[in-house]
Design a protein around this ligand. Structure first.
Ligand SMILES: [Zn+2]
Length: 135
């Protein structure tokens, strides 16, 4: 299990209120005239998708949402060797920790961003703090 980041590393950006341990939340946003429109939001059981497939889904969602033609889909997957068409467009990816116990994988290209949220540490995910009142 990855080491937990310190609390000030949490981005606290766009929590999914419905996220539960044992699920993955996939979302897509598209930049549109100054606003970000959410175009996709689905949950699947974590046991139904491998990490490789999760990454493939995120790449496909970005291309789909950004309206890529077939040549973009093909050329974006080329390696960096010389010869033939250039590798374009590129997808930028990174990992963040939006809240305690949650890992987020971001993929973006052009005006589209796709991400998945996974609860990686159920023991620290959305712990309620109960304060007993004195009577
Ligand atoms: Zn969600």
């Amino acid at each position: 299990m990855p080491k937990s980041p310190s609390p000030d590393m949490y981005t606290r950006h766009q929590f999914c209120p419905d996220l539960k341990p044992g699920e993955k939340c996939f979302r897509v946003q598209r930049y549109n005239e100054g606003n970000f429109d959410e175009t996709f939001h689905e949950h699947v059981p974590s046991r139904r998708i491998s990490l490789d497939s999760e990454i493939e889904v995120l790449r496909a969602l970005v291309g789909h949402c950004d309206g890529w033609p077939g040549t973009f889909i093909l050329n974006s997957r080329l390696n960096n060797r010389r010869g033939g068409p250039s590798r374009y467009p590129s997808i930028v990816s990174h990992v963040t920790y939006p809240e305690a116990g949650v890992l987020r994988r971001y993929f973006s290209s052009g005006g589209a961003t796709a991400w998945s949220d996974t609860v990686i540490a159920p023991g620290s995910f959305r712990q309620q703090v109960f304060v007993r009142r004195k009577r």
